[in-house]
Design a protein around this ligand. Sequence first.
Ligand code: PNS
Length: 165
Amino acid sequence: MVHAVYPGSFDPLHNGHVDVIRRASRIYDLLTVAVLQNPLKQTGLFSAEERVAIIREATKGMPGVQVDSFDGLLADYTRRIGATVIVKGLRAISDFEYELQMAHLNRQLNPDAETTFIMTATRWSYVSSTRVKEIARYGADVSKLVPRATLKRLNEKLGAVEVAG
Ligand code: PNS
C-alpha cells in the first residue's frame, strides 16, 4: 500500500492542482493533499482551514484522496503520516530548479520519502494561484481556471467574481 502526499499552499486550489490530484490518485493507493499552514506567509487570501475545505469539496468522490494541513518541515510531516512518496506538479522548466533543490533537501531530511513529479496538463500549464487571485481581485472571470468550490469561496471573499452555472 503506497501512501503519497501532495503538499502545497493551494491558495487557492486551481484546475492544474485538481488535474495533478486526479492523476496521482490513480497511481497511489492513498493520496494526502497537504495544505501548508505557513505562519510566515501572511499574504494568503484563504486561511488553511478555508483551503482545506475547498479541496475537500473539490475532491469529494475521488477515491483514495484525503485532505489535511501541516506546519513545519514536509519531511517530518511525511514521516509522521507514514507516506513514502511526495508528489509535485511541474508546469514548466522554470519550476524545475526550485523543485530539484526541494527534492534533494527533502530526501536528505527523510530518505524514506521519494519525490515524484507529474507534468501538469498543457491546458493548465499557465495557471497559478497567484494569477488566479490577481484576476479575481479585479472582478474578472476565473471560472475556466478553478473548480466550482474555489469559485464559490472567491466570490464570498472578494465579492465581485462571477460564479458560472
Ligand atoms: O504550493 P507551493 O507554495 O509551491 O508549496 C510549497 C511547499 C508547501 C511544498 C513547500 O513550501 C514546503 O514543503 N514547505 C514546508 C517546509 C519545508 O519542508 N521546506 C523545505 C525545506 S527543504
